[in-house]
Design a protein around this ligand. Structure first.
Ligand SMILES: [Zn+2]
Length: 454
């Protein structure tokens, strides 16, 4: 059995793989830094992949380079694109780390280092799986392509342009991404939907500058008051957004969906306590926390600007006030339509004679990934086999634009099979990755490839 040979190889080379991962973790490849560390990490990956027979290269972008690679074994085999990122979040504040962020350390069955989970540790699982096939002379069941970027942690500014320029080279049958987490320890999970995110700001202007509240008080309208009235009108007492059309295209949750989410090991009380609260008072009434996070859109005011907010008093009537807002959209919603609806809602409430300006920031769409693609089925089964538990199909309230880009530009639905655990301290001090997840990830990836070739 090919699987047995692969798993034996992976078990026998645990220490070597750990040593190699540590080399990669020692490179402080923070996307924002131009100290050459990102180039070092990219070159390290190219070297490792080349040694395994991958045609790999460092491809420049306007900022940090992308690592590209491909290994073609057969025209009959499916082609899998592996996406990952070698850049990491900054490690500050350093004093809160129990061991240095760029000196990986093992404690209590975990690897502690910046990037241990996000995403070097998870990404390295693909290289381990490939190595196991190559070194045991087991025929690789899929053609492999790699796209490993160095700017994920700063929002992937070069990625869309890079994809556009390399569409032919990136053509594939499936995309695998491991940059997320299990819903809970022992519960393997695949993320199949993510919310979109949009943001903007609206400005309301009365007089051409701030005015004396004594000399002009009682004659001028106060833009801050107007902004607050508009903001207050945006939601009702049950947490429903009052912008007309805001929920028009939202997909209704099926009873089966609600049932399966309600069975996930999620404790609303514990969630509240983790935020420093006794109970959760916010959100849209009639939906559970997971339903609100995964299947309902939101609109939030992020900040209100205007007048004087410094120390002490200043008796002015602001000339202008503004509010910054953001919204999260759910699958089937068009973020541009939502943006227009918000603009109309605000515009309709601006008193006659006051000036109004609406600034659109970004409007990134939500993603719904196919749940019955061969790659998704293969990953689901592989996770189940290796971890010995049914794979949970979950969603994510936050937004990850890369899977949306692959869907839109390559026409392929990614499989987001993350191996992190919820308490891995991503982007925070003491980031960790469990050794058991690290070792089992490689086995799962190897098994996914084998199942995809059926
Ligand atoms: Zn990541």
């Amino acid at each position: 059995m090919a699987t047995a040979v692969i798993n034996e190889y992976l078990d026998a080379h645990r220490q070597q793989h750990l040593d190699k991962l540590f080399e990669l973790l020692r490179i402080p490849s923070i996307a924002n830094n131009n100290d050459g560390a990102c180039n070092t990490a990219a070159n390290w990956l190219v070297q490792y992949m080349s040694d395994l027979g991958v045609k790999a290269r460092v491809a420049p972008t306007p900022t940090q380079p992308v690592v590209m690679g491909h290994l073609h074994v057969s025209d009959a085999a499916p082609t899998v694109l592996v996406y990952g990122h070698y850049d990491v979040q900054p490690a500050t504040p350093l004093e809160l780390w129990n061991s240095p962020p760029f000196e990986p350390t093992i404690r209590d069955g975990n690897i502690y280092a910046r990037g241990a989970d996000d995403d070097k540790g998870q990404l390295f699982g693909y290289l381990m799986a490939l190595e196991a096939y190559v070194r045991t002379d087991t025929p690789l069941p899929v053609n492999l392509k790699f796209l490993i970027e160095g700017e994920e942690e700063i929002g992937s500014p070069s990625l869309e342009g890079f994809l556009r320029e390399n569409l032919t080279e990136l053509a594939c049958d499936a995309v695998l991404i491991s940059d997320s987490a299990f819903f809970a320890e022992g519960l393997p999970s695949i993320t199949y939907a993510l919310r979109g995110v949009g943001n903007g700001e609206f400005f309301i202007t009365e007089a051409n500058s701030d005015s004396h509240s004594g000399i002009h008080g009682g004659t001028l309208r106060n833009p801050l008051h107007v902004v607050c009235e508009i903001v207050a009108a945006m939601r009702d007492a049950d947490g429903r957004i009052m912008v007309p059309g805001f929920y028009d295209d939202v997909l209704t949750l099926t009873p089966a969906q609600r049932e399966s989410w309600s069975k996930l090991p999620f404790d609303e009380g514990e969630y509240a306590r983790s935020l420093g609260l006794d109970h959760l008072g916010g959100g849209e009434r009639g939906y559970s926390v997971l339903e609100r996070l995964w299947a309902r859109p939101t609109l939030d005011i992020n900040g209100i600007v205007g007048g004087y907010a410094g120390k002490g008093g200043k008796t002015v009537i602001p000339g202008q006030a503004s509010a910054k807002f953001s919204f999260r959209s759910v699958p089937n919603q068009d973020p541009h339509k939502l943006m227009d609806a918000i603009e109309q809602f605000v515009a309709a409430r601006v008193p006659m004679g006051m000036k109004f300006r609406f600034e659109v920031g970004s409007a990134n769409p939500p993603v719904l990934l196919g749940q019955d693609t061969p790659a998704m089925q293969a990953a689901k089964e592989a996770l189940q086999e290796v971890f010995g538990a049914q794979t949970a199909m979950i969603c994510c309230g936050a937004s990850v634009s890369v899977s949306e880009m692959f869907q839109r530009m390559l026409g392929v639905d990614a499989v987001m099979m993350g191996f992190g655990l919820p308490d891995d301290n991503l982007h925070a001090p003491n980031e960790k990755y469990a050794l058991s997840q690290f070792y089992n990830a490689a086995k799962t990836i190897a098994a996914t490839w084998a199942k995809m070739s059926r």
